[in-house]
Write a protein that binds this ligand. Structure first.
Ligand SMILES: NC(=O)c1ccc[n+]([C@@H]2O[C@H](COP(=O)([O-])OP(=O)(O)OC[C@H]3O[C@@H](n4cnc5c(N)ncnc54)[C@H](O)[C@@H]3O)[C@@H](O)[C@H]2O)c1
Length: 352
């Protein structure tokens, strides 16, 4: 069997989830890795027995022996690297967010349209078992007509700092980092409607709160640097199928209630997708809560990546239709841009 030759670009934290998933597949082989940090990429290659490393993605592309890449770099380089790969006919799995903004995302889409290769957006939550099950229920119209969803990720003291807090590298704070996942999850379940209007608010009142003691914090590999991103964002998003989505996200907030939640409501029933998993419906005149029964993954986070990467490799090798195509990444960037712009001007953004 001809193995798909894969390169990992960006060998920081999340690249471990990618390579572990590729290693489980018979029809893919990671043959190269690339990172601007030479020490880091060398250690990565040694750890995972990868034969070749690069410190510049263009040098890697010019060798012409890669079929597909995972882009796991800071957000500010996604667009440039993806376009270079697509122009060379290399298939791309790009981590979320697709880019810093919708302008960059559209340029990536243009490159994909001209290329023999394709780009898949790393909306990994689409590959969570709960999402797959809920999508099946929605396809059978179990919730009826959907009209509202509410979602959020609230951290009390969870600014990762480093490049995540530097807008020039990340594009923004919790909205572009955490909100992108949750907005996509709801939009995906709602049938991928187009945005018609957005009202957003962002605040940067607290900063990273580095002075708070006795806390374990998620840290990128390169720490330090500035913090010029929002620490809280909230928005109402209206879609062309009549659905409305409410979202709130924070890196830092004075709250005793940290949470990650997602609920979606229809005319026949509602569903909680996180933190629990149940359908709130009616049976024989009684309200009932229905809990789907399924085998949970031992490592839910890594398993989502395994299913995502299995699908990516399947798309590369068989031409299967991509579950998470570039258009969805562009639409998401359009929504995020509009939330930031609405927050900036203090008014609703309405699309034609
Ligand atoms: N899907 C998820 O749940 C999830 C989780 C975490 C991070 N991410 C995304 O993955 C990406 C990486 O995040 P991370 O937490 O691994 O960050 P990280 O800082 O741990 O690693 C990023 C790596 O990219 C390298 N890099 C930066 N620019 C580069 C370039 N131009 N060429 C080659 N290498 C470059 C850095 O040197 C670093 O080693 C981000 O886009 C982030 O949003 C996704």
């Amino acid at each position: 069997m001809k193995k798909i030759r894969i390169a990992i670009i960006g060998t920081g934290n999340i690249s471990n989830a990618h390579i572990n998933a590729y290693k489980k597949l018979d029809d893919a082989k990671v043959t190269a890795a690339c990172d601007i940090n030479e020490k880091r990429v060398m250690a990565f290659c040694e750890k995972y027995s990868i034969p070749v490393y690069y410190t510049n993605h263009k040098d890697m592309i010019s060798k012409g022996n890669i079929d597909a890449v995972s882009i796991c770099t800071w957000n500010n380089s996604h667009s440039r690297i993806a376009i270079d790969c697509l122009e060379a006919g290399i298939n791309v799995l790009c981590e979320k967010p697709l880019a810093l903004n919708s302008k960059q995302a559209s340029a990536m889409k243009e490159a994909a349209e001209k290329s023999s290769a394709f780009l898949m957006v790393g909306f990994v939550r689409r590959f969570d078992k709960k999402t797959i099950i809920m999508k099946d229920f929605l396809n059978s119209n179990r919730l009826g007509e959907l009209y509202y969803a509410k979602t959020g990720v609230i951290r009390r003291c969870g600014n990762p700092t480093g490049w995540f807090a530097d807008k020039s590298k990340s594009g923004g704070g919790p909205l572009i980092d955490l909100g992108v996942h949750m907005i996509d999850l709801c939009r995906y379940l709602m049938g991928k409607p187009k945005v018609v209007s957005v009202y957003g608010a962002t605040f940067d009142k607290l900063g990273p709160r580095a002075d708070v003691k006795m806390l374990n914090r998620y840290r990128p590999l390169d720490t330090g640097g500035i913090c010029d991103v929002e620490d809280f964002a909230s928005a109402m998003i209206r879609f062309d199928n009549g659905c409305v989505l409410s979202i709130e996200v924070s890196f830092t907030l004075h709250t005793a209630n940290e949470k990650l939640y997602c609920e979606i409501f229809g005319t026949k029933a509602g569903a909680e997708i996180a933190p629990g998993f149940k359908i709130a419906g009616t049976m024989d005149g009684y309200n009932v809560d229905i809990t789907p029964v399924y085998s949970e993954d031992t490592n839910q986070f890594y398993s989502m990546f395994e299913r995502q990467i299995e699908h990516f490799v399947d798309c590369v090798s068989t031409g299967a239709e991509c579950i998470s195509p570039i258009e969805d990444g562009v639409e998401l960037m359009k929504i995020l841009d509009a939330i930031y712009e609405s927050a900036r001007i203090g008014k609703e953004i309405v699309f034609d």
